[in-house]
Design a protein around this ligand. Structure first.
Ligand SMILES: Nc1ncnc2c1ncn2[C@@H]1O[C@H](COP(=O)(O)OP(=O)(O)O)[C@@H](O)[C@H]1O
Ligand SMILES: [Mg+2]
Length: 220
């Protein structure tokens, strides 16, 4: 990760569109050339983020995901902008629309093929040992090639073997946090999503994963 002077950072971001911001300032910028910059705040000096900053994790995850055939943003560079205590990842966006954007349209909301495709996608992530902590429909993109891919990829664990059962279950819990996402997944009793997940999962305990998930969902 190279140091970027504040003046050079400002030159890069001039006339950029702010896509996401919070109390602390800009989070995601669309630059005038169409590329993106995502900013990570450097919080404490002593934390795992100091040793392996999120901007670098984003770049490293992008390489691994590409190798495994999962579409994701193409990282151009990572920077540290000391004057504003930010780490920055500069990338080409993954073309397409997030699933959350897509299902805002009622025709897509009811598209059974889309839910089936998403069930298969989640099963394939789990088969490949990809534990994506930010798994929700705002971070999954449908590309113009009609493939699903991931954005917002700073926070994931990528293992060499299929995810163990507890991580699959925790990943389903992540998906339950957003009401509208959940309503989409659970239409027709959730069968479309889970039938597809089970069909494509390579996990030896896949049926147990499903029944444990359904039991905990009922309690929640
Ligand atoms: N690679 C990308 N491809 C397409 N859209 C993106 C991409 N990265 C970010 N976006 C857009 O910016 C929004 C926020 O980006 P994201 O990386 O998910 O940040 P966060 O969720 O932390 O705000 C997304 O919902 C999406 O609309
Ligand atoms: Mg996001």
């Amino acid at each position: 990760m190279r140091a970027l002077a504040y003046a050079d950072y400002q030159a890069l971001r001039s006339d950029a569109e702010v896509i996401e911001a919070d109390f602390f300032g800009d989070k995601v910028l669309r630059l005038t050339d169409g590329n993106f910059m995502k900013l990570f705040r450097r919080k404490r000096l002593i934390s795992s983020a100091a040793f392996f900053p999120y901007a670098k994790r984003f770049a490293s995850n992008a390489l691994t995901l590409r190798k495994r055939g999962i579409p994701c943003p193409h990282v151009l560079d990572t920077y540290r902008v000391a004057d504003i205590s930010r780490d920055v990842v500069h990338y080409q966006p993954l073309p397409g629309q997030t699933l959350r954007q897509l299902i805002a349209d009622p025709a897509h909301f009811q598209d059974a093929a889309l839910i089936t495709k998403f069930g298969r996608f989640v099963a394939e992530l789990h088969n490949q040992g990809i534990y994506f902590r930010s798994l929700h429909l705002g971070n999954v993109v449908m590309t113009p090639e009609n493939e699903l891919g991931l954005i917002d990829i700073a926070d994931m664990k990528i293992l060499r073997r299929p995810l163990r059962k507890s991580l699959c279950l925790r990943n389903f819990q992540h998906m339950r946090r957003y009401k509208h996402d959940h309503a989409w997944l659970l239409q027709k009793g959730g069968d479309l999503f889970f039938d597809s997940y089970i069909e494509h999962s390579a996990h030896q305990w896949k049926r147990q994963i499903l029944s444990e998930h359904l039991a905990s969902a009922k309690q929640a």
